[in-house]
Unconditional design. Structure first.
Lengths: 206, 206
DNA sequence: TTCAAAGTGTTAATAAAATAACACTGTTTA
DNA sequence: TAAACAGTGTTATTTTATTAACACTTTGAA
């Protein structure tokens, strides 16, 4: 399967999330236009995305929700699973960890790192917290490839570099600090302030 | 000024965030390619965005950082400021509040809402928490137009509806629940799981 | 059955976004 | 002070993403 565009991956993730909710609500079939409505996009977009991943419904009674969830899984999940570390287990790190933990079977948050002696060697939000000095060791030992970066700005850069040296292949950066990573490391940046400002702008402009 | 595309607004927010850091680091001028590098985009993109908002540097010695920060402010900020409420002050709500509070002079988080009697009528992360029943009243009284939705999924929909009835004009939805809002309300959805899954996908695929 | 109605997969067209190209203007150096 | 250089603003081009169009298939009703 050819590598999908980032936007498509985002939507696939959104489809699955909504399908899980839809299934939990007791629905077994869904039409493209219904799924589209949940994401505020068009039915064509949905069908086009599903075409891209080679999915087609046998019946014309809508898509089989379970089947579609599984198909999306075969595309965006890694078969053997992927391990995640939360770097910096302050307010945001804790929030993300407890929010995410257990939600996706193939993605496991297996470690947290922090410098605060109050936190180190304790289990926080269901995850063991290690001192930052042990990062390299633990990342290797636990085969962690993904890092969620939620540390104070001053440490963001050096700690991210260390994580990469230790073998991290993908970073989701929640800090306000711009990072630079080698080509073989995938970097996604998310800044809440930008989201808030965007809402504010469109509220202002109507 | 014509309404800008969402993507441009996001980048402008990113420019300002980076410029603030750049200024704090003691730099007063910045070239388009330097600013571009911080955001991992091209210099052309930067110049194009600035053209869109009608900014041009008098000198050819790079942009005046302070001036550019101000110009971006005149575009994306509301002159009289905008008030924000955090609806649901659990882990994530607290994290966002303490992260954001005071970072942008024109955007103020002025109230939190929650049902938990332990939280109600207390000041949490620097913001007073009110019971959800008082939401309509407070939103009106404090002229709150923006809501950050960080409540448990089961309450998301009814509470969002109530907030809109009370006069909210923009919602940033951090829950996994798909919302429907009237046309005059701006809705931005952010799902952390999607971000994490996106990173995971591109780590997997290389 | 058979005929509409509704839904799907796919190709074609459109729109939006990012990139390239380039003329112009200061800046620097010799 | 002139010639090379570097950086900017803007138009043109390309690429990417979205939407429209449509033939085909199933479903359901008459």
């Amino acid at each position: 399967m050819k590598k999908l565009p980032g936007k498509t991956v985002e939507r696939l993730s959104g489809y699955r999330r909504n399908l899980l909710g839809y299934l939990a609500a007791g629905n077994n079939y869904i039409y493209s236009h219904e799924l589209a409505a949940l994401l505020h996009i068009t039915a064509v977009q949905v069908r086009r995305d599903l075409m891209l991943i080679g999915y087609s419904s046998v019946q014309k009674k809508g898509y089989d929700v379970k089947e579609l969830i599984d198909t999306i899984g075969t595309i965006i999940d890694s078969e053997q699973g992927q391990n995640i570390a939360v770097i910096g287990i302050g307010n945001l790190g804790r929030a993300i960890t407890s929010y995410f933990k257990g939600k996706r079977s193939k993605l496991n948050i297996v470690a947290a790192f922090d410098n605060d002696p109050q936190k180190v060697n304790r289990v926080i939000a269901g995850v063991r917290c290690y001192p930052v000095e042990k990062m390299e060791h633990i990342i290797n030992e636990q085969n962690i490839t993904i890092a969620l970066l939620t540390i104070p700005p001053d440490f963001a850069r050096p700690v991210a570099d260390a994580a990469i040296r230790a073998g991290i292949k993908g970073i989701l950066n929640f800090t306000t600090v711009p990072l630079n990573v080698p080509l073989n490391v995938y970097l996604e940046e998310y800044d809440m302030i930008t989201s808030i400002e965007k809402v504010a702008y469109f509220v202002k402009e109507g």
